[in-house]
Structure formats: structure tokens, C-alpha cells
Design a protein around this ligand. Structure first.
Ligand SMILES: Nc1nc2c(c(=O)[nH]1)N[C@H]1C(S)=C(S)[C@@H](COP(=O)(O)O)O[C@H]1N2
Ligand SMILES: [Mo]
Length: 260
């Protein structure tokens, strides 16, 4: 039953669509308008496309200062992948490790950690929010995903970047392991704060937090930030990867778009 005091979703979306041209033209200034926080207040009920329409997908996540850093950045989920290849690489300091990029790209590529570190880096101090109810502020250094994609050249039909990770969780009754994986769309892939991080708080990224490389996708919740990345795969859809929902936790019921 609809509540007569509350504008319906349809009415709200209609209002946004009508204001669309103006909103897009002014999207760089949205955060400064008085009504924007109010819009965000009702944003919980907005669809992803409406969120995008009001400029939300392109806006920047808040960045903090050194003074805001959490004393330590805890590890969560898997913190030490139980995979033979991974363990060998970790023991060797990831000198022979390579990030693979394949799928719908013109130029399937491999990058060593040294090559990734030689690309222009971005450092950002951001807050990580986990659905389990904790947050931490950390300083992340890495290469923008956009920079790496510029080398691999996604084909026009590529719609998602899938992150294949080294770790797995024990699966169902047969004890079969389920690999951790995640996916984001091209809007998030090209967002300036979306980086493949190899540094945390001025140090080499520890194994606990995803060495050698982990995703930072700052507009979304913690489980989207894939750690222990081994391979990026560009796909048109992710229906035949894992259980088809776009990520390990999505396959277990979490939302695919985990916007903050
Ligand atoms: N490969 C992999 N990535 C992962 C996870 C995981 O278990 N494996 N856990 C996710 C969750 S739920 C959170 S909150 C963050 C935790 O990152 P941290 O260990 O650096 O705190 O990593 C995310 N990425
Ligand atoms: Mo999490």
C-alpha cells in the first residue's frame, strides 16, 4: 500500500528526469546546492540509473587528511590466501607475479608490480565501510584502473571489469572452494578514485590487506574492494562467472551495486 504523505518513487523519478538537463549541466556544483543533501536523504529508494542521472556516480568520495588516519587498518574476510601459487609469490615478494588482463580487450596484457609502480600513481585518504559495521580511514597508493585499461583497450562491447582473486572460501556441503571475485561497471572503472592499490599508509600493501594488489572503488562498500587481484577480465555480462551475480558476496545475497 502506498503512503499518501510520501511522494511515490514514480513521481520522484519523474521530477529527476524533468530536471535532467539542468542537473547534468550543473553536476560539478551539485554538492554545493542546498537541496542536494535532501535529495541524498531520499536516495535510498532511488534506482541506480536515477542515482547516475543526478550525477552521483561521477562525484568524488570524501578524502581525508593524515590526521584522520585510523591507528591501524584491520584485515577482514580472507587475510592470508591458502593457495599454493599465491604463497610462492608472497614468499618471493611478488617479484615474478604478474597482473593479467584479458577478455574483451584489443590488447591482452600482463604487468609486473614494477611496471604498475612505474605508471603515474594516485594517493588518496579515504574511509572504508564494511557491511559488518566497522569503518577505517587509510591512505591508499596505486595506479588508476583507467591507466591500465588505456593499455589493454577494452572493446566497445565490454561492460564490466571482473576481478579474479587468489583466495577462496569453503563452499557448500561438498567442501568445494568458491573463489573470491568482484565486478564493477565501466563508470566505476574509469572513476578517478578507482585505483589498483599496492601501498597502504606509505608502506607496501601487507598480505592482510590484499598484497600485491587490491581494488579501491571508493563509492562502494568494503566487499567490492577485491584483494589479492590476479587477473582482470573484461566482459559483456558476468552471468557465467561464479554463481552469476557478479561477485562472491553477491552470489551469497549481497547487492551488486553497493553504493555508499
Ligand atoms: N579477495 C578478497 N577480497 C576481499 C575480501 C576477501 O575476503 N577476499 N573481503 C572484502 C571485505 S568484506 C572487506 S570489508 C574488505 C576488507 O579489506 P581489509 O582486509 O583491507 O580490511 O576486503 C574485501 N575484499
Ligand atoms: Mo566487508
Amino acid at each position: 500500500m502506498s503512503n499518501p504523505d510520501k511522494p511515490s518513487r514514480r513521481v520522484l523519478l519523474g521530477a529527476f528526469a524533468g530536471a535532467g538537463a539542468w542537473l547534468l549541466a550543473g553536476c560539478g556544483r551539485l554538492g554545493e546546492t542546498e537541496w542536494f543533501p535532501k535529495v541524498l536523504g531520499i536516495g535510498e529508494s532511488l534506482s541506480k540509473s536515477a542515482h547516475k542521472l543526478i550525477g552521483g556516480r561521477r562525484s568524488m568520495a570524501q578524502e581525508f587528511t593524515e590526521a584522520d588516519l585510523s591507528p591501524s587498518f584491520r584485515g577482514n574476510g580472507n587475510t592470508n590466501p591458502d593457495d599454493e601459487d599465491y604463497k610462492e609469490h608472497a614468499k618471493a615478494g611478488f617479484v615474478d607475479w604478474q597482473l593479467e588482463i584479458d577478455g574483451l580487450v584489443e590488447q591482452p596484457s600482463k604487468f609486473t608490480l614494477t611496471q604498475l609502480k612505474a605508471m603515474p600513481a594516485r594517493t588518496q585518504i579515504t574511509r572504508h565501510d564494511c557491511v559488518e559495521g566497522w569503518s577505517a580511514i587509510g591512505k591508499w597508493t596505486g595506479v588508476p584502473l583507467a591507466t591500465v585499461l588505456a593499455v589493454a583497450k577494452p572493446k566497445a562491447e565490454a561492460r564490466y571489469v571482473v576481478f579474479h582473486c587468489a583466495d577462496a572460501f569453503p563452499g557448500g556441503m561438498d567442501g568445494e572452494k568458491e573463489s573470491y571475485y568482484e565486478s564493477i561497471d565501466m563508470d566505476d572503472a574509469y572513476h578517478p578514485q578507482t585505483i589498483l592499490a599496492y601501498g597502504l599508509n606509505g608502506q607496501t600493501l601487507p598480505v592482510t590487506n590484499g598484497a600485491p594488489l587490491r581494488l579501491r572503488v571508493e563509492r562502494q562498500l568494503g566487499y567490492k574492494h577485491a584483494k589479492y587481484i590476479m587477473r582482470l577480465e573484461l566482459v559483456e555480462n558476468f552471468g557465467d562467472i561464479g554463481d552469476g551475480k557478479g561477485g562472491y558476496w553477491e552470489d551469497h545475497g549481497y547487492q551488486w551495486y553497493a553504493g555508499l
